[in-house]
Design a protein around this ligand. Structure first.
Ligand SMILES: [Zn+2]
Length: 79
């Protein structure tokens, strides 16, 4: 699996919808590729920041989201 393919499956992976065989490839790549691992971490933080931006406070607040990231999410939603 290449980095670009991994990005395509990121949403399914985070949602838990990725089939087991693909998830294996996905996690194999993640373990070897620091860039993609970092990308996944930022992606998950962006989702949390997005929920906060939507006023969905049902999730436990992580409390460690950089303000710049929240602003970036808010800015992206306007596009
Ligand atoms: Zn990669």
């Amino acid at each position: 699996m290449k980095c670009r393919e991994l990005a395509e499956f990121l949403f399914d992976y985070v949602s838990g919808d990725l089939p087991a065989d693909r998830r294996e490839h996905f996690e194999f790549h993640l373990n070897k590729c620091g860039n993609c691992h970092q990308y996944l971490v930022q992606y998950q933080m962006t989702i949390k920041a997005g929920k906060i931006a939507c006023g969905d406070m049902s999730d436990e607040l992580p409390g460690n989201i950089p303000e710049e990231l929240v602003k970036a999410v808010l800015a992206a939603r306007k596009v």
